[in-house]
Design a protein. Sequence first.
Length: 436
Amino acid sequence: QAIWGQGAQLPSPSGYFASPRRLRLVLHVPCAMAAPRPLALVVGALLARVGACAAEEFASGAGGLRGLRAATNSTPPRNLQAMGPPPTALAYDGMAVADAHGVRRRALASGMDGAFEPGEDRPRIIAYPGGHTPGPHVFPRSRWNRGHTVELCDGKEFRECFATAGATCKPACGWRSGIDTQPQALVAQAFNARAASANPILVLNVGDNFYWGGIEKTCGTPMGELSAAAKHQFSSIFESMYSGSAPWISALGNHDYGGRRFDNGWDQQIAYTWKSNRWVMPASYYMHTVEFPDAGFSMDVFVLDSNKEDAKAPGEDPEHNICSAKYNPPGASCAAAGGPPSLGACVSWFHGRWSKQQAWLEARLAASDADWQVAVTHFPCGTDGGWYAGLHAQLGLDLLVTGHRHDQELWPASRMGGLTCFVTGGGGGITSEADP
């Protein structure tokens, strides 16, 4: 979570923390078997690991979120609650929105767990014995050395650790009872304690919000409705885990589309904006401005959908491909939600939208009169690095906040042409790829 107030300093174009505008920053990130998880990162004098995956919170004492700003400086902000949900999931892409959370609602009560039956002939999400029990469960992944050059423990070996409670477990897997068995709960506890003390006003969430494959429902549910799967997953993996009232400004990750397919319920994450008092994802890409009157500065935040990185030719890399012919069901289509209309159109749909977003962001940065400009997206530092470096040099982008890799990284500005970048990728829904 990134919590900003008096304390540390915000990165500037001339270096990590060279500006007189001093801020305290803590990063919160999501990534769990079925929802967002947190990471804690304090920048300035301290860099502390708590988890990682994709989120930030911003706080500033008496200051507060003044509203989500228009897509252009001349367009007046729009109130999402007054407008209601869009006719299709992506109808509000790039548009101006006002504070969508002026009206508080009651949170959902039920929980998402391995015992839940998603329906639609979908299997329960169970990765190892015991995964059928209520509550969030971690997804075991391979583990590497710190340089990510040598695989120390593969996924099968790691699952054996969980299945036998460590009795049969390769030492290099690094499995720890009481830690690996409840990672999201531990990260949530740290996040909630930090949120209680810092009183953040905003959380930036960088995607892969629900592991393994997002909302376990086929895309196309009407935007004014919420499926049983979405209710269940949001309830037990989000609402019941993370406390506080700060809005979560959220992006989509590749696993939110389905991981190895594109037709899971990503549109239900957008629809949940109108069912929650703190989840904010009115579109797949959008911007908002945050005013910090007590600190005397403003910030434009741009949320992007960079998932074209995992939109590959249907026959390529099926384990890491939203457009995979192997895992997308016959006739897969999200046309009803405004998404990819078919497997054949999947690659061009994602890449075409990215080109549109690039032009949109360049125009918005050129028009921005905020003191700071921050981009938030799922795919990590280094992805489209030259383009982001150009945005920094030519249009003033100050900070890039990303996820996807299941670790924590703070890139020095020298690696991306002066632009500071974070990777926050492990908040408890999947095991970390390596030690921090």
